[in-house]
Design a protein around this ligand. Structure first.
Ligand SMILES: *Cc1c(COP(=O)(O)O)cnc(C)c1O
Length: 382
């Protein structure tokens, strides 16, 4: 089976992991700090806090913005469930804003209309918007930031798909238009640590809160302790945190992978270019990359006639092509239906879901694999 996404591990990654295994620390040593510094440098942000997954990164990102039971968080329905679950972990409510079909990203128009109508009715505006960069392409962050300042909400970028991408010449993760950006390092994503995540921010107070929440709410930093004249063993738990720490084993893999990120991105770009040039049928639409974006190309999604989607999907799988569908709109999940969402809550997300097929895209895809995918799709989409 040609997988739709796959990690790329080489000898240098293996050496990096082995050297941690042979060192004094498997966790909470130097490797985590080094990886965080590498991400800061790569993304151009001020602080980076590694975690054991993007899911935990989203959770502590919401908590650090004081998301709680009185609040509502908005996100896109065309995402993995973690983008919405994080708000529920904090006891908050979730609502969804429809997408734009050309990119699969949240629609700034739909967002603006929803904000305006709720503000007019005196309803509850979101405390936080989780902006998902679908498939590796940034949302229109400038437009989102404008709405955020007008309606006074915060923005967390869920850039689980998007490490290495650019928006208007700025690296995703720079947080120029947001409060925080999170990444996922699950093996199917662009860069992997096995399991792992990261929160980037330029705000010192958020950084401090994130560090504490990641590790039980405990601090040893003398600057922040509430007592003076302390014995050497002293530490304080100041909030209810978690064990969301990344290990040094994972971080060493991350730093090693980051050195090859630009070559990963280049080969993903080349696959996209080939698909765009050679997937020929006029009824076959692919996600458009906006001129101001550079996508990290985590996913290559085509939109086919919904009447034939299941058949095309099955035939491609039958040929050994590991196609997938991203995503079932989150509100359609039984858990979210039970929270009161109707099965067709966002019409454009529905249309997108009913047409979408994800084709394989990753650095280990050979020329032969690519040609096979192209020929197979061209044969089936008639
Ligand atoms: C993969 C993914 C996550 C969760 O990432 P983990 O590291 O597996 O927790 C969250 N959001 C989106 C959009 C994702 O694709």
């Amino acid at each position: 089976m040609i997988k739709y996404g796959q990690q790329n591990i080489d000898e240098s990654d293996i050496d990096a992991v082995v050297s941690v295994l042979q060192s004094e620390f498997l966790t909470q040593g130097r490797a985590v700090e080094t990886f965080e510094e590498d991400i800061v440098r790569y993304c151009g942000c001020t602080h980076a806090v590694s975690t054991n997954s993007a899911t935990s990164a989203l959770h502590i990102a919401c908590l650090s913005l004081d998301v709680g039971p009185e609040d509502i968080v908005w996100t896109s329905p065309i995402s993995f469930v973690a983008s919405a679950n994080c708000a529920l972990y904090c006891g908050a409510k979730v609502d969804f804003v429809d997408i734009e079909k050309e990119t699969g990203n949240i629609s700034t128009e739909a967002l603006s209309e929803k904000l305006e109508s709720i503000a007019k009715q005196g309803g509850k505006l979101p405390k936080v918007l989780i902006a998902v960069h679908f498939g590796g392409q940034s949302c229109d962050m400038e437009a989102l930031a404008k709405l955020a300042s007008q309606y006074e909400f915060k923005i967390i970028e869920d850039a689980s798909h998007a490490i290495g991408g650019d928006f208007k010449g700025e690296k995703i993760g720079s947080c120029k238009y947001s409060d925080m950006t999170i990444f996922s390092f699950h093996p199917v994503k662009v860069l992997t640590t096995g399991e792992g995540g990261m929160v980037c921010t330029n705000q010192r107070d958020l950084h401090r809160t994130l560090i504490q929440l990641r590790s039980h709410g405990v601090t040893r930093d003398p600057e922040f302790l509430t007592n003076d004249n302390l014995p050497p063993w002293y530490y304080e738990q100041q909030s209810l945190g978690f064990n969301y720490r990344m290990t040094d084993i994972q971080a060493a893999l991350g730093s090693s992978q980051l050195k090859r990120l630009d070559t990963f991105l280049k080969s993903r770009d080349e696959v996209r270019g080939k698909y765009e040039a050679e997937l020929s049928h006029e009824d076959l639409i692919s996600i458009k990359i906006q001129p101001y974006n550079r996508s990290a190309n985590h996913l290559y999604v085509i939109l086919v006639d919904p009447k034939h989607r299941l058949d095309i999907f099955n035939q491609l799988r039958g040929k050994g092509i590991g196609v997938n569908v991203h995503y079932i709109p989150i509100y359609k999940q039984p858990f979210y239906r039970d929270l009161g969402f109707s099965g067709d809550y966002c019409p454009d997300a529905e249309a997108f879901y009913n047409s979408a097929i994800t084709l394989p895209i990753h650095p280990s895809l050979t020329q032969t694999d690519q040609k096979f995918v192209i020929d197979s799709v061209n044969e089936l989409v008639t």
